[in-house]
Design a protein around this ligand. Sequence first.
Ligand code: PEP
Ligand code: MN
Length: 339
Amino acid sequence: MIVVMSNSATQGNLDKVIDQIEALGYKADVEKGQFTNVVAVIGDTRSGGKETLEGLDGVERVIPIMKPYKHVSREFRKENTVIELPNGTKIGDNKITMMVGPCAVEDQDQVKTMAEADKNLGFPILRGGAFKPRTSPYAFQGLGLEGLKILREEADKNGLMVITEVMSEADVEMCVEYADILQIGARTMHAFRLLKEVGKTRKPVLLKRGFHATIREWLLSAEYIISEGNWNVILCERGIRTFDDEFSRNVLDLTAVQILKKESHLPVIVDPSHGTGQRDLVVPMSKAAIAAGADGLIIEAHPNPSKALSDGPQSLPVEELPALRKELEEVVTAMGRTI
Ligand code: PEP
Ligand code: MN
């Protein structure tokens, strides 16, 4: 539910509404507007309370949200959510946000090369995995804490922000210390306790779509994060598994971008690297993603993809990044956006 306060409501009226929401067993989240305040009622509001809240002084109306994913829905918030990072980078505004870097952090030199390339190209966010969710337990699992430190150091030297995957509840605190955005991977989109744990932080969370997740399931996973009070959620389409795996690793579902824009107020990022699994498809699908209305891209790149410890075949060589930027510029301009 959303409680819309009248524009003559006093602070005392607002405090009483918050007290009543809490007495009903929900959490209250106040969004202060220029003229009116709106209070989000967080919790399973099927248990009632609408009439009680409507009867309080200063309440103009109470709007029930019909969607199962309440707080992520457009019904709940009409304006796009824009997430601001500590260095001023915004995600979800008119600018296309670029998150570029290796699949996995391998060593300092590799990350240094990538971070410098990002800086030179005006890509504000360095991606890199320190905890890698590998299909085989014998494959490279990531450098862990050492990887986080390398990311932070190289990002700081170049004025960049860091996005990295957190795989387990046990690592949330450590990742919060070093990263600016926490990535939840496709494999853990359904790990509800992990979602709640990142929901307890106030770090932006990029939530990737699970291999087999419907859009509804994905939005409900986002709801798990918001239900703990963290509204800084970014949705990331990274391809889904279908019956045809002969020509691409996954099927990049660009229809989802527009569906999410209708259904939700959250920013939408596209990952054409995992979405296709093939380097030569990354640039065309990046352009397509921007044309489809994405707010940004997360792309894997490597100084020497043939030697990469993970996802080499889909990684762009660092020297191809200027061409990527140039090709994107045309679509970005055509869409009336900037990069
Ligand atoms: C990754 O970003 O390297 C990754 C493992 O992504 P996903 O969870 O989408 O497979
Ligand atoms: Mn990868």
